[in-house]
Every structure is written in structure tokens, then in C-alpha cells.
Design a protein around this ligand. Structure first.
Ligand SMILES: [Fe+2]
Length: 198
């Protein structure tokens, strides 16, 4: 099978995201999931698809800011209007599987997005309350402590994270460990970028 490539360039994808997302929190999350997805593509032996995995991550919540009640339902229309192809649209929508849509994660990239998206939010929430405000010194055991506290980052669904880990056939610890490494790989660049954007 040939490598999945995005029909949108990274610059076009960013412009498309900016049309529908203004909130710095949302932009930071989109950039983080992009970086995380790129890291996973390389880690899992799909380095030739890293751009595509990253762009799916960048655009995965495109409809959330303006259409929170139609999350993953409005996305195809927004993405198509920006020239996205069906593989990209399927990738984005599959992270709403059994939540808002019936689009099942099939591709490994889609399973990674499903598993890592909410976890990325939880790890970020845990990082910003640390003295370092960073994932660079974050360890699996401190994430697990927060993970087990149901009222911490309660919006990050543990059920989705665990379902995602099961789809990948991974233990939760492995998913957490890899996602911390993935977030470390892009934290500094994203912080610098967000500072310039402010
Ligand atoms: Fe997300």
C-alpha cells in the first residue's frame, strides 16, 4: 500500500484551521495533537506519512469551537470546503466514534488519534500546574496519579483513552509513556509559536 499523503499542504491546513478557530487554547491543542501525531508516525514506522498524520491531528477539532454540538458532524463540510480529501475527513471524524458519529477508527493513524487526543489534554492539564509548567520532567507515574483522580481534567474521558489503547492492543502505561515522549518532542516549538501569535 502506498503511503497516505495529505491533499492539503501544512500551510493550507493551518489557514483552514484559523478560519474556524480563534481561541488560543484550541490552537495550542491542535498544534500539540499535530506534533504528537507526527511523533507517533515516526515511532510506529510510518515516517513517510508523518505529514499526513500531523495534518489530521492539526485539523481534528476544526468544528469544535464554532459547532460544539455538531462535533465531527460539521467537520466534513468545513474540511471539504478547504479541499480536504476523504482519507483526511475520515481520519478527523473517526475520533468522534460512538460519541457523536459512527465513523470507526480503521487505520492505525486513526486509532492513535482516538487514543491520544483526550490523553494529550489530560497530560497538558497535569503539566501546566507543575512548577516547570512542562512535560519535559513529567513521568508516567505522576500522569497515572492524575488519571486515577476522576475529578482531575474530568472532561478528558478515561473511557475513550482506554478504548483507544485497546484498539491499538497497548497497555495504558505504554500509551501514556509514548504520549509523554510525543508531547516532549514538540513542546518548545509550540510554546515559541504561540508566544509569537499572541
Ligand atoms: Fe482534541
Amino acid at each position: 500500500m502506498s503511503a497516505l499523503q495529505s491533499s492539503l499542504s501544512r500551510d493550507t491546513a493551518w489557514e483552514l484551521l484559523r478560519q474556524y478557530n480563534k481561541d488560543p487554547f484550541h490552537l495550542q491543542h491542535a498544534l500539540t495533537v499535530e506534533g504528537v501525531m507526527r511523533w507517533y508516525a515516526n515511532d510506529l514506522g510510518h515516517g513517510d506519512e508523518a505529514e499526513f498524520w500531523g495534518i489530521v491531528g492539526l485539523l481534528h477539532d476544526i468544528d469544535f469551537e464554532e459547532y460544539p454540538d455538531q462535533h465531527c458532524i460539521k467537520a466534513p463540510e468545513l474540511l471539504r470546503s478547504g479541499g480536504a480529501d476523504e482519507a483526511l475527513i475520515h481520519g478527523v471524524c473517526s475520533h468522534g466514534y460512538e460519541l457523536t458519529v459512527d465513523v470507526k477508527p480503521e487505520h492505525e493513524m486513526e486509532k492513535v488519534l482516538y487514543a491520544a487526543d483526550e490523553l494529550t489534554g489530560l497530560i497538558w492539564a497535569a503539566a501546566i500546574i507543575r512548577p516547570s509548567k512542562s512535560v519535559m520532567d513529567m513521568e508516567v507515574k505522576s500522569v497515572k496519579k492524575k488519571y486515577k483522580a476522576a475529578n482531575f481534567a474530568a472532561g478528558c474521558s478515561r473511557e475513550v483513552i482506554e478504548k483507544g489503547a485497546a484498539m491499538l492492543g497497548w497497555e495504558l502505561d505504554m500509551l501514556i509513556e509514548k504520549t509523554i515522549l510525543a508531547m516532549r518532542s514538540c513542546e518548545a516549538d509550540i510554546n515559541a509559536f504561540m508566544e509569537k501569535l499572541a
